[in-house]
Ligand binder design. Structure first.
Ligand SMILES: Nc1ncnc2c1ncn2[C@@H]1O[C@H](COP(=O)(O)OP(=O)(O)O)[C@@H](O)[C@H]1O
Ligand SMILES: CC(C)(COP(=O)(O)O)[C@@H](O)C(=O)NCCC(=O)O
Ligand SMILES: [K+]
Length: 280
């Protein structure tokens, strides 16, 4: 069995996610390290990546693979790619992801949505309907039927974006900080009924986001049966920077840190990547 370390990079609209995986043909990629850098906090992603690899002590990257919903930031990282011996394979288009895409315009679907759908079906919900929730800059709630076909989904503003929208487009609403990666939200953090503006926004944003996701989950579960005759019990997979906050309230659901990276790591074990010469 060929064993190797794969570097996967997913450049989102808020954060770039870095992952090192142990990958082997015909085996699920194993996480070695995952990290994320806020784009607003760095001028030089390439330097951050290099620094991170040094810190985690992974010196022998055998192949690198990159994608992202934020092409300008992705491209600036590509231009100053720090690993001369491991030029990254770019996953840019739906034709690079081995998943059938049943929507009007497959080319317009965010590559992050396809990668999470692919990882969900191949790694976490192989014989089930999968509902994939990515709580990122935007929140996306997507359907993958048990035959592994991406059926589309819904896009709504994410928690942070919604907080900014309330502040930026009103005269009197304060900017509420919703950032809380890794910490579950307690009901006391978002009290209902809110007794002041701060609490009203907090509870509106959090329970509203949660309610929207639940409604979409229920509609997608119904659509799986009614439109696609898919009667398997749906699995709900949750990822993204807001995922951990939402996860306790979306049960049963499984939270997976940076699910798109898992999709990239899995892709790196496919024939095309193995033969592409991306070896350090
Ligand atoms: N410290 C934080 N900084 C930024 N976003 C955070 C933080 N904590 C939680 N979040 C949530 O994570 C979301 C961004 O998730 P992320 O996975 O980084 O998105 P993207 O894939 O779009 O880059 C924000 O909208 C916000 O709701
Ligand atoms: C919806 C998204 C902005 C989500 O990106 P993210 O918030 O995770 O950075 C991205 O998937 C995107 O730009 N999609 C293009 C339109 C579509 O998926 O149909
Ligand atoms: K994303």
């Amino acid at each position: 069995m060929t064993q190797q370390f794969t570097l996967a990079v997913d450049v989102g609209n808020t954060r770039a996610k870095f992952g090192v995986f142990e990958t082997a043909i015909a085996a699920a990629p194993q996480v070695v390290e995952i990290s994320a850098v806020r784009l607003a906090d760095t001028e030089d992603l390439a330097h951050e990546l290099q620094q991170w690899l040094t810190n985690v002590g992974v010196s022998k990257i055998r192949c690198a693979i990159i994608a992202g919903s934020n092409p300008p930031a992705r491209d600036s990282l590509l231009e100053s790619w720090p690993l001369a011996n491991s030029p990254p394979r770019l996953i840019e288009s739906h034709v690079d992801v081995p998943i059938e895409v049943d929507v009007d315009e497959p080319a317009r679907v965010g590559i992050d949505r396809l990668l999470t759908a692919y990882a969900a079906h191949r790694l976490f919900a192989a014989r089930q309907t999968a509902i994939v929730v990515d709580s990122g800059t935007a929140t996306t709630v997507n359907l993958v039927t048990s035959d592994g076909v991406f059926r589309g989904g819904s896009i709504l503003p994410g928690l942070r974006l919604s907080a900014y929208a309330l502040h930026d487009y009103t005269a009197r609403l304060p900017l509420i900080n919703t950032d809380n990666i890794g910490q579950p939200v307690e009901p006391s953090d978002a009290p209902v009924p809110g007794r002041n503006t701060d609490q009203a926004i907090r509870s509106g944003l959090f329970w509203g986001q949660l309610g929207a996701i639940k409604e979409l989950q229920s509609r997608l579960s119904f659509a799986a049966v009614e439109q696609f005759s898919d009667r398997t019990a749906p699995a709900c997979l949750l990822t993204g920077g807001g995922g951990r906050q939402l996860s306790p309230y979306l049960s049963p659901s499984v939270y997976i840190d940076s699910l798109a990276l898992h999709g990239l790591a899995l892709l790196s074990t496919s024939e095309k990547a193995v033969n592409s010469g991306n070896r350090g």
